[in-house]
Ligand binder design. Structure first.
Ligand code: HEC
Ligand code: HEC
Length: 204
């Protein structure tokens, strides 16, 4: 946590050092924004180096756009990302979303001990607990559903997925349509969240 704070402070310092006073009159392309701004945390081509920052590579265009608009409006709360999204125009958001969606995601790893439970939850849900199958919305292989703006989960850092599930369960993240993820996550135990998150990181 301490290290993450330091990295973020260093990155923000660097960004302000280079950006303050620079005119933003010319719209930037997605590739330029990604290379000059986003890569500081989300890594080259959207493959972040640590789970403190989600991978954006191969994520759905519509989902990335929605999240950036939600950060701008404050519907999704993150001090860092609200600051990052604030200056972006709708065209820049579209362009950067297209850029990341076209990149190849670096593979992740599952803990072999958690795969069986994680796979069961992902494919069949936990009917006795009222948990629907994740794949009903996130796709049979966790690749997401582009027209519906359901995110890709396959290959994402398990620690990031786990944090999001906790945030949904405790109402710190509230921007899923009709509160669907708040419902899903609040019916999972922490151990079940860990198992399904680990399984998802290993999907590719
Ligand atoms: C200083 C670090 C930092 C920079 C620079 C940064 N981000 Fe982020 N980004 C984060 C963090 C941290 C999160 C996770 C927020 C949370 O936990 O909800 C995040 C989350 C996101 C998400 C949500 C991903 C998901 O799976 O839901 C998107 C989309 C995103 N960032 C896009 C961008 C774009 C586009 C840029 C460049 C214009 C950018 N970010 C620059 C730190 C950063
Ligand atoms: C009824 C449809 C539905 C089901 C079932 C569902 N999800 Fe989701 N999930 C969504 C939607 C929609 C979002 C995007 C929320 C938003 O718009 O920000 C999402 C987002 C997420 C995220 C955040 C991803 C990110 O990049 O930040 C995680 C993690 C997640 N879901 C895990 C799961 C797991 C695990 C299950 C099964 C236990 C599950 N979901 C079942 C619809 C669903």
């Amino acid at each position: 946590m301490k290290r993450t704070g330091f990295v973020i402070a260093a990155v923000l310092g660097g960004l302000f050092g280079t950006c303050v006073g620079t005119s933003r009159a010319a719209p930037q392309t997605g590739a330029t924004l990604a290379a000059h701004v986003c890569s500081a945390c989300h890594g080259p081509q959207g493959n972040s180096a640590t789970s403190a920052f989600p991978k954006l590579a191969a994520q759905g265009v519509g989902y990335i756009e929605k999240e950036l608009h939600d950060f701008q409006s404050g519907k999704r709360v993150s001090a860092i990302m609200q600051a990052m999204a604030a200056p972006l125009t709708p065209a820049e958001i579209r362009s950067v979303a297209h850029y990341f969606s076209r990149q190849t995601i670096a593979p992740g790893f599952a803990n072999p001990k958690l795969v069986a439970l994680g796979q069961r939850i992902f494919r069949g849900g936990l009917p006795h607990q009222g948990v629907p199958a994740c794949m009903a919305c996130h796709g049979p292989a966790g690749m997401g559903n582009e027209p519906a703006r359901y995110p890709r989960l396959a290959g994402q850092w398990s620690a990031y997925l786990y944090r999001q599930l906790q945030d949904f369960a405790h109402g710190r993240r509230k921007n899923s349509p009709h509160g669907m993820m708040n419902y899903v996550a609040s019916h999972l135990t922490p151990a079940q969240m860990k198992a399904v998150a680990s399984y998802l990181e290993g999907l590719h």
